[in-house]
Design a protein around this ligand. Sequence first.
Ligand code: HEM
Length: 285
Amino acid sequence: MKTFPTFNSMYQKYIFPRKQFVNHHRMNAKKYIIPEVERRLREQNTPGYERPNDMLQSLMEMYPADGDYEIPYEDYVVNWTFMLVFASIHTTTENTTMVLYWLMKYPQYIDELLEEQKEAIESEGTKGQDPELSFDVIKKLVKLDSFVREVLRQRTVGLSLQHKNINKQDIELSNGIVIPSGEIVYFNSWDVSRATDLQGEDAEDFQPWRFVQSKKQAVRIGEDHIFFGMGKHACPGRFFAVQEIKTITSLLISRYKMTAASDITLPYTHRGMPTGAIKFEKRDN
Ligand code: HEM
């Protein structure tokens, strides 16, 4: 598309008319982000300036204002913010949905999760404020954490985590396999999540409490859990994402009685989605 700019703009105008919606969101984002970027650039060298500890600041430090960019610097920061939004929101939404569907397929575990939630809230006490689903309460939900990790394991199937060898040289792995320069490699996620030496003899089964006794929290990446990637580029947002998934699930099961209103089918392909209707009834408590 970059090579054929005229074709690209015609494509965007006539074949991809949603561009106007994208532009609308972009203008909105610019309205809020650019003045803040400008303020930080203006103030950052003044005495007493406190460095904000947030994503925007990290972006600005990763891509300094005096760098060489094809587009105006402020637009560059806005584009990156959009990329982060795409990397974080749909992934978290999708996986929360997965957890809900697995709960609907195995509703017999909901009561145990509610019991755990009740105990966690009680043990935290009020501490002068409403402890409901505070960070400490969510941390105590080890069964829910295991449930989440087991769902992620179940859906870690197919080929994923595409990476390209961008070096000019080939890379030789410790097992002798060579990845030529410019080649793309995928991980065999199916094998990782179904290998009995990594997951146990019952690797094929859905065992929601599989990780309760282990130290394998949903965020703990490793050779047996590559859903968030591995190594230095593993997902830095996974702590936040799992916290969100656990919080949303906890809120939903405690506030609503959820039941399957039709057959629930779970996905067993890499990009597959679950299907089925879910009925929500407000609980009295
Ligand atoms: C369930 C939700 C999420 C899933 C499944 C997920 C998954 C992933 C995966 C597989 C990678 C690539 C790792 C690699 O290339 O080896 C990644 C990278 C990344 N994710 Fe997430 N992610 C999620 C949520 C989030 C959230 C909430 C944020 C930000 C708040 C985030 C920010 C990032 C960033 C910045 C990278 C790039 C890291 C780097 O290249 O060094 N992700 N994520």
